[in-house]
Design a protein around this ligand. Structure first.
Ligand code: HEC
Length: 420
């Protein structure tokens, strides 16, 4: 995942936005599809149930009104009428409606392999219905079975051979398996097949249309969000970062950003940048001023002032110091202050002590010492050592030199350079 953190914010946002929206989009599409599929199956099942109910009702009606007509016309047998009517009603559809039995009388009612297997199962189960969507020739088909149990009325023709009407006996001999049912025993089932291909095609078409609209919505959301983000977040942030880069490159502390109208977090960020720049500019000005004051003060001092590092290397000196040491300021810089002192070990010890905190600050000690200028001429001086600053952990020391016996206005005033 490291590569993600290396992308530009804009790319990363686009990526996150796009994947989140696409994920959501797919999920909704999938759920919608499953929902529709379930609905379609429910619809097919309802139709199959309707047909089965209609067959049962027709059969019951026929059984109630029919007398010995089937003797002259077997087509008037209640079962045959019921199935015949249902078949006609579904003639213009691709439904298949049948009556089946494992011990069939009419070979047209022979169960197919699927029905055979299900009928055997159903014989041992109490449920009246059995249905599932199976694939036939690659197409989904709802197979619905509604069991038919032997009632007392059925046994007239399906019970004892001897008790069956003549015309039944004539058609089906005593050995025929369609006799000898017990009341409550399953005789067979109504079988309805509802091809679902066209229904599922409908869903697929719906899905395609749905996907198309959702894609458009997705794109609109994506671009709208992207534009908003760019306008209100990315562009201001980019503006701020370019301004910061410019400041660090040019050191121009007068740089300010145009504040957006919105008083939001980004607006606050940009305002904070401007405040920071103003504060920096103020303190920069103070710093310059105090530096200048310091320089003027040092120059005006009646004492020689040299500031040096712990190893003695001189970094700052004033006019009086030039006079004392008898060489120009440029030559002084970089030379060691110890070179000019007679008692250099004493000073070195003092400096060594100042490593401890508070070493020099509180008690400024005046010592007599003798310096030798560049020409080797000796000069007795009063020496005062100060710890000038220890910023950045590099201590800077300052020596104040005055002619022995002369008084030093600088120290009597206790004036110290006010560093900001
Ligand atoms: C009047 C006589 C008669 C009665 C009563 C009768 N059946 Fe039948 N049944 C037949 C005949 C005849 C057939 C064969 C129809 C054909 O040729 O398609 C048949 C066929 C069937 C079939 C189709 C399977 C096959 O054997 O071909 C089933 C299932 C069935 N009957 C169930 C019942 C049930 C359940 C009842 C009671 C509600 C019942 N029958 C009442 C005469 C009868």
């Amino acid at each position: 995942m490291r590569w993600i953190s290396q992308l530009k914010l804009r790319t990363r946002l686009n990526l996150i936005l796009l994947s989140a929206l696409t994920g959501l989009f797919m999920l909704v599409a999938l759920l919608g599809y499953r929902d529709q599929q379930a609905q379609v199956r429910e619809l097919a099942l309802e139709r199959a149930r309707g047909i089965a109910r209609q067959i049962i009702e027709t059969r019951n009606y026929m059984a109630a009104v029919v007398g010995d007509e089937p003797a002259r016309n077997p087509a008037l047998t209640p079962q045959v009428v019921a199935t015949g009517v249902a078949r006609r009603l579904t003639a213009d559809s691709d439904y298949v409606v049948r009556q089946i039995s494992l011990r069939y009388r009419n070979p047209a009612n022979l169960p197919d392999a699927y029905e055979h297997q299900r009928l055997q199962q159903m014989a041992n189960q109490p449920q009246a219905e059995d249905y599932r969507v199976v694939s036939e020739g690659g197409q989904p088909v709802l197979r619905y079975l509604h069991r038919m149990d032997a009632e007392a009325s059925c046994l007239r023709c399906h019970g004892d051979y001897a008790a069956a009407p003549d015309y039944i006996q004539r058609r089906f001999g005593p050995q025929h398996p369609s006799y000898n049912y017990q009341a409550g025993e399953m005789i067979g089932a109504i079988s309805v097949q509802v091809p679902m291909a066209w229904l599922e095609q409908g869903i697929a078409a719906n899905l395609q249309r749905d996907l198309f609209y959702r894609l458009i919505i997705l794109l609109v959301i994506f671009f709208a969000l992207g534009t908003l983000l760019r306008k209100f977040v990315l562009r201001p942030v980019l503006l701020a970062s370019t301004a910061m880069q410019r400041v660090s490159r040019t050191g121009d502390l007068s740089t300010r950003l145009d504040l957006p109208a919105a008083q939001d977090e980004i607006g606050a960020l940009l305002a904070a940048f401007n405040d920071m720049m103003a504060a920096l500019q103020r303190s920069d000005l103070q710093l310059r001023e105090s530096e200048e004051r310091y320089r003027n003060l040092i120059e005006a001092a009646q004492a020689g002032i040299v500031t040096f590092l712990a190893d003695g290397k001189i970094v700052i000196s004033n006019r009086m110091a030039e006079e004392f040491f008898g060489i120009s300021r440029r030559e002084l810089l970089g030379r060691s202050v110890f070179d000019f002192l007679d008692d250099r070990t004493g000073l070195k010890q003092k400096i060594a002590q100042t490593v401890e905190p508070g070493g020099l600050d509180d008690r400024i000690e005046t010592r007599l010492d003798r310096i030798r200028n560049a020409n080797g001429q000796p000069l007795d001086v009063e020496v005062r050592l100060l710890l000038a600053s220890s910023a950045d952990r590099v201590p800077l020391y300052t020596l104040l030199l005055t002619r022995a016996g002369g008084n030093c206005a600088l120290l009597a005033d206790e004036t110290a350079p006010d560093t900001p």
